[in-house]
Ligand binder design. Structure first.
Ligand code: UFG
Length: 339
């Protein structure tokens, strides 16, 4: 059985990826400091797959903790590195937290790869590296734009660190997946997103409003240059996104890479405005949403969606889950959380 380390494996994207890995026969080792997740997630993964992953409460930004865990669990061949801080607004308020967690965390993971002979790395990157692209849909060759937040900057710096590391470490491979907007929840209703406090992202705000936890969704601006004036994003189902990681790991294991470091967009290839997403949610769930248009949110880009040709062709991966199903899964998860 192939052994794989998943940092941040108790988080939203991490937990869904662990499920898909286990269902394909990988032996999964999770490290997570539970700063933004809950230990119940590990039990719920086990409920879905009938296999309890090995779990260590480890902060990857603390080298001794990570190395201590890996000494106890030899023979790991690949790592998927999710563990990072990810709130754009918070990163503006607390930049050092972001630089410490996201930069130190990656450096420790890379040092661990050398020390423990781990050959393959999948890294969680973001479409934020493209800023507001001039040409849409955005391809992997689009220019990297100056970061709009410390969070975005850490993703750019992380990609650069991986680039420099791979250049001088023969035999180590990496794929950076640039995620668009991950949404939804597992169809089992057992795992999903756990926003703490008032959600910053659109979907948890929508589902909490629909559940009556929030009074009204604020739509941030309807004066953008888009068909209905609200911003466009590429919303990717969480299980589809998890499966992109499986495709990336398989590609490296099978030696199919064109070069030791590759980048892929992970989106659907379709853009939706905020109002289109709201109406898809209402249609999918039958729940009427209370919303109002307010002013723009600082730092929002107008529109971005992915060209996914490269991922389709090279990874053999394509988003499959229809948006209505994704939204129904998100709603089912919200209803379960509210209980
Ligand atoms: N929005 C609202 N009301 C809300 C929340 C969001 O109208 O209460 C709108 C935003 O203005 C935006 C869209 O919904 O137009 C999506 O916003 P999200 O906050 O859900 O997602 P973002 O596209 O802003 O951010 C996401 C990730 C970041 C990543 C960024 C890259 O959360 O980690 O994409 O573009 F950096």
């Amino acid at each position: 059985m192939k052994k794989i380390l998943v940092t941040g494996g108790a988080g939203f994207i991490g937990s869904h990826t662990v499920v898909e890995l286990q269902q394909r026969g990988y032996e999964v080792f999770i490290v997570d400091n539970l700063s933004n997740s809950n230990p119940d997630v590990i039990d719920n993964i086990a409920k879905i797959t009938d296999i309890k992953p090995v779990f260590g409460k480890v902060d990857v930004a603390v080298k001794d903790e990570l190395f201590g865990f890996l000494k106890q669990h030899p023979g790991i061949e690949s790592v998927i590195h999710f563990a990072a801080s990810k709130a754009v607004g918070e990163s503006v308020e607390q930049p050092l937290k972001y630089y410490r967690n996201n930069i130190n965390g990656l450096i420790n993971v890379l040092e661990a790869m050398k020390e423990f002979g781990i050959k393959n790395l999948v890294f969680s990157s973001s479409c934020t590296v493209y800023g507001q692209p001039e040409k849409l849909p955005v391809t992997e060759n689009s220019p990297i734009q100056p970061a709009l937040s410390p969070y975005g900057n850490t993703k750019q710096i992380n990609e650069e660190i991986i680039h420099d590391f791979i250049a001088v470490n023969k035999g180590i491979n990496s794929i950076c997946l640039r995620y668009f907007n991950p949404i939804g929840a597992h169809p089992s209703g057992l795992i999903g997103e756990l926003p703490i406090g008032v959600p910053a992202n659109l979907i948890p705000y929508i589902t909490q409003t629909a559940a009556g936890i929030r009074e009204c969704l604020s739509v941030f601006g309807n004066d953008y240059n888009t068909p209905d004036g609200t911003p466009i994003r590429d919303y990717i189902d969480i299980v589809d996104l998890a499966n992109a990681h499986i495709a990336a790991i398989n590609r490296m294991e099978q030696g199919k890479q064109k070069s030791a470091l590759e980048f892929f967009n992970v989106g659907t290839g379709n853009g939706l405005t905020v109002l289109q997403l709201i109406s898809a949610f209402e249609k999918a769930t039958g729940v009427k949403l209370n919303y109002k248009i307010v002013g723009r949110r600082a730092g929002d880009i107008e529109k971005v969606w992915a060209n996914t040709d490269l991922a389709n062709k090279e990874l053999g991966w394509k988003a499959q889950v229809p948006i209505e199903e994704t939204l129904r899964n998100a709603w089912r998860w919200q209803q379960k959380l509210a209980k």
